[in-house]
Design a protein around this ligand. Structure first.
Ligand code: NAD
Ligand code: ZN
Ligand code: ZN
Length: 362
């Protein structure tokens, strides 16, 4: 094990509106219970854009990115169950296993996950600028960095035959979308499902619903290209947003954008007694409204779904196996492979709703 810092680089968020840029950094060796991961790939999720644009308040001075996978390069003391060379998917919520939420078996709601505080507390800092200034890591994992030290509990080993770009997407979009269908909404075979918004998250929800034998699965977006991708993903029917009313009466509606107008649309579209699952996230503080009389009279339910109500330790390896068995066409999610320097172009494409996922390949 080296005691020398590793030379690395990463994209630092320095406050809203300021263009995140690639910087040279120094990374300390892993300490007890930590591993050093050499990043293989990282997806660009709309949640990073919310941070970049200041829609979600996050501290400055952190390497952003929260969807990624890589190889374990060094183990800190006391780490069990991982070896050098393992392919790991990084979890942006790595549950503590003993808080109230964890004890209720709701690990995605853990109140003290590893990496809370974005590794900016003095004892957590492992990254520095060459000047010595401490740098944090978003969600404890900062996947837009070439290397990271993370809590071993945030590094989930999966089958090493999984392509790294696919592994990266399992770290957020795929688990969020598939988990929302299976774990939060608990969609059953034969139920009808409508997914509104077909980015990386929504397309994953479509694939999850198809794998669950839901019928029919309807996919809605403003972009015809997204409808085409949804059809290739197995959706039985695709509709432009202007045609959304044609899908009224579904057992389940999942909102995967994060817009007040489509949240309200989802509540309108679900059948009486049906379930709305909200996955997309607005800027902080936005409020949506619904007709209380109708919601109650119609016995509708509304769920919030955080991280697909998943437990990364079991859901990540399971999803990777299903991909390798040919049961999830996750390759369709990868629109383009890019370098770290092209992150801002990827953000611009997300704003336009262009493409499913752009993936940084290191
Ligand atoms: N709940 C969670 O745990 C969780 C996890 C990851 C991401 N998210 C959130 O999920 C949302 C989606 O993320 P993403 O990376 O897939 O985003 P994305 O930008 O790739 O996808 C959004 C899609 O919505 C479409 N769209 C935009 N306006 C529309 C409208 N009015 N009607 C229909 N379609 C419209 C766009 O064309 C695009 O295809 C974001 O808000 C993100 O922050 C939530
Ligand atoms: Zn994400
Ligand atoms: Zn916990």
């Amino acid at each position: 094990m080296t005691e020398q810092p590793t030379d690395t680089r990463g994209v630092i968020f320095d406050g809203p509106g300021r263009m995140p840029r690639v910087e040279e950094l120094l990374l300390d060796p892993p300490q007890r219970g930590e591993v050093l991961v050499r990043m293989a790939a990282a997806g660009v999720c709309h949640s990073d854009l919310h941070v970049r644009d200041g829609e979600w308040e996050r501290p400055a001075g952190i390497v952003i990115g929260h969807e990624g996978a890589g190889w374990v390069e060094e183990l800190g003391e006391g780490v069990e169950g991982l070896e050098r060379g393992d392919l790991v998917v990084l979890a942006w919520t790595a549950p503590c296993r003993h808080c109230d939420a964890c004890r209720r078996d709701e690990p995605w709601l853990c109140s003290q996950p590893a990496g809370s505080g974005h590794r900016l507390r003095d004892e957590d800092v492992r990254l520095r600028r060459p000047t010595g200034e401490p740098v944090g890591a978003y969600g404890g994992i900062g996947t837009f960095g070439q290397h990271q030290v993370v809590a071993a509990s945030a590094a989930i080993r999966i089958d090493r035959r999984t392509p790294p770009e696919i592994a990266a997407l399992i770290g957020c979009a795929v688990t969020t979308g598939i988990g929302a269908v299976r774990n939060t909404a608990r969609v059953e075979a034969g139920e009808s499902v409508t997914v509104i918004g077909l980015g990386g998250v929504g397309l994953s929800a479509v694939m999850g619903a198809v794998a669950q034998d839901a019928h029919p699965v309807t996919a809605i977006d403003t972009s015809p290209a997204k409808l085409e991708l949804a059809a290739q993903s197995g959706a039985h029917r695709t509709l432009l947003a202007s045609e959304a009313q044609q899908s009224a009466g579904a057992d389940h509606v999942l909102e995967c954008i994060g817009l007040v107008e489509t949240v309200e649309l989802a509540i309108d579209l679900v059948r009486p007694g049906g379930t709305v699952t909200l996955v997309g996230m607005t800027a902080q503080g936005h409020r949506a409204s619904f007709d209380v009389y109708r919601l109650v009279e119609d016995g509708k339910r509304i769920n919030g779904s955080n991280y697909g109500s998943a437990d990364p330790a079991t859901d990540f390896p399971r999803i990777a196996r299903e991909y390798l068995d040919g049961r999830l066409p996750l390759d369709l999610l990868i629109t383009e492979r890019i370098g770290l320097e092209q992150l801002d172009d990827a953000f611009a494409a997300l704003r336009r709703g262009d493409g499913a996922r752009r993936v940084i390949v290191y």
